[in-house]
Ligand binder design. Structure first.
Ligand code: AMP
Ligand code: ZN
Length: 114
C-alpha cells in the first residue's frame, strides 16, 4: 500500500527498532512509548483496521497473537502482566491506518482507559 507508514516500516524503507520479526509479521518499538515497554505488532500485508480483520489470513492472525507472550517473555514483562490494545477508527483513537496491536508493559495499567 503506497504511502502507508507501517507498510514502509514492514518493508524496511523506514527504519524501526525491531523486537520480533518473521516472514509475515513485525514487532517494533513505538516511537512515543506510553509505558516502559511499548511495541507495535503488525502483519506485513496491509490491512487498514480491525474492521478489515476478515481480510487477514487467519494463520497470520494466529501468529500475531502467539507472538505476544513470546515477546512479553523475552522482554521480562510476562510474569507481572501487560496490556494489548487495538485502536480502531476515529473514536478508537487510531492514527495509523495499518492494523497494529500495542503491547504495553513495565508499569501498572489503569482502567478504564481514557
Ligand atoms: P494508533 O494511535 O493506535 O494508531 O497508534 C499508532 C502508533 O504509532 C502511536 O503510538 C505512535 O507513537 C506510533 N508511531 C508513529 N510513527 C511511528 C514510527 N515511525 N515508528 C514507531 N512508531 C510510530
Ligand atoms: Zn500498510
Amino acid at each position: 500500500m503506497e504511502n502507508c507508514l507501517f507498510c514502509k516500516i514492514a518493508s524496511g524503507e523506514i527504519q524501526s527498532k525491531k523486537a520480533y520479526e518473521s516472514k509475515n509479521i513485525l514487532a517494533f518499538h513505538d516511537i512515543t512509548p506510553q509505558a516502559p515497554f511499548h511495541v507495535l505488532i503488525i502483519p506485513k500485508t496491509h490491512i487498514s483496521s480491525m474492521n478489515q480483520i476478515g481480510d487477514l489470513d487467519p494463520e497470520i492472525l494466529k501468529e500475531i497473537l502467539q507472538s505476544i507472550p513470546k515477546i512479553a517473555d523475552e522482554n521480562g514483562i510476562a510474569e507481572k502482566g501487560y496490556r494489548v490494545v487495538n485502536n480502531c477508527g476515529n473514536f478508537g483513537g487510531q492514527t495509523v491506518n495499518h492494523i497494529h496491536f500495542h503491547l504495553l508493559g513495565g508499569r501498572h495499567m489503569k482502567w478504564p482507559p481514557g
